[in-house]
Design a protein around this ligand. Structure first.
Ligand SMILES: Nc1ncnc2c1ncn2[C@@H]1O[C@H](COP(=O)(O)OP(=O)(O)O)[C@@H](O)[C@H]1O
Ligand SMILES: [Mg+2]
Length: 192
């Protein structure tokens, strides 16, 4: 079993990479007030043909040649349904794809989000030519207002001023920066 939802995000975003996206948006919404957890991954890639889209929740649907069966989307779909939620996939050939996965926030079977900072670091450092945007929104009865953290590859490039993300010191600094901002968002901090 995949233990963390962050690993599903990595897996789904890699679909977008293979789909030749130049921009990939990732949004995590922890709506604790309404007991909903949502993950959305959208891209401007080549899209999915209606034939593939019709059977995509079937574990034998794949256009990959490296592995015999596709597990990514069907597996996430199972997890969503197990947690009283659903997976929705919209795609237009030539325009892009949007996947949204929703679950009950406090469902006993909902895996923890896990290490989103690690997922983002893997994606951004292995695909420097793709523009990523990450948004994380958390609402909780204890918060006076929803907290939100947003960061894009472009924001990071500005901060790093030309130093590549793969430089070890920079990598470590950015990872910590993401971890701290996500933690602050999850605990109701207003951010930097
Ligand atoms: N964002 C996307 N852009 C283009 N094609 C996609 C995208 N997501 C999924 N697909 C198509 O759907 C198929 C099934 O995806 P998935 O269930 O993740 O299995 P796998 O990636 O192992 O093939 C992929 O092989 C690909 O053809
Ligand atoms: Mg996949």
């Amino acid at each position: 079993m995949m233990k963390e939802l962050a690993l599903h995000v990595l897996d789904i975003a890699e679909n977008s990479v293979r789909g030749e996206a130049s921009h990939i948006g990732i949004t995590i919404t922890e709506d604790r007030r309404n007991n909903r957890f949502a993950m959305e991954i959208d891209d401007d890639g080549k899209g999915i043909s209606p034939e593939i889209l019709n059977t995509i929740k079937d574990p034998f649907t794949t256009t990959r040649t490296m592995r015999k069966v596709g597990l990514g989307i069907p597996f996430l779909d199972d997890t969503c349904r197990l947690c009283n939620g659903h997976l929705d996939l919209k795609s237009t050939v030539g325009l892009g794809t949007r996947l949204s996965a929703e679950m009950e926030y406090d469902h006993i079977d909902r895996p923890p989000l896990g290490d989103m900072a690690a997922t983002l670091m893997v994606l951004m450092s292995s695909h420097p030519d793709i523009a990523f945007t990450y948004r994380h929104i958390v609402d909780d009865v204890e918060f006076s207002e929803p907290s939100e953290f947003e960061i894009s590859s472009g924001d990071l490039e500005d901060i790093l001023d030309g130093v590549p993300l793969t430089t070890p010191k920079v990598y470590k600094w950015v990872k910590t920066y993401l971890e701290e901002n996500i933690r602050q968002c999850e605990t109701g901090g207003t951010g930097a």
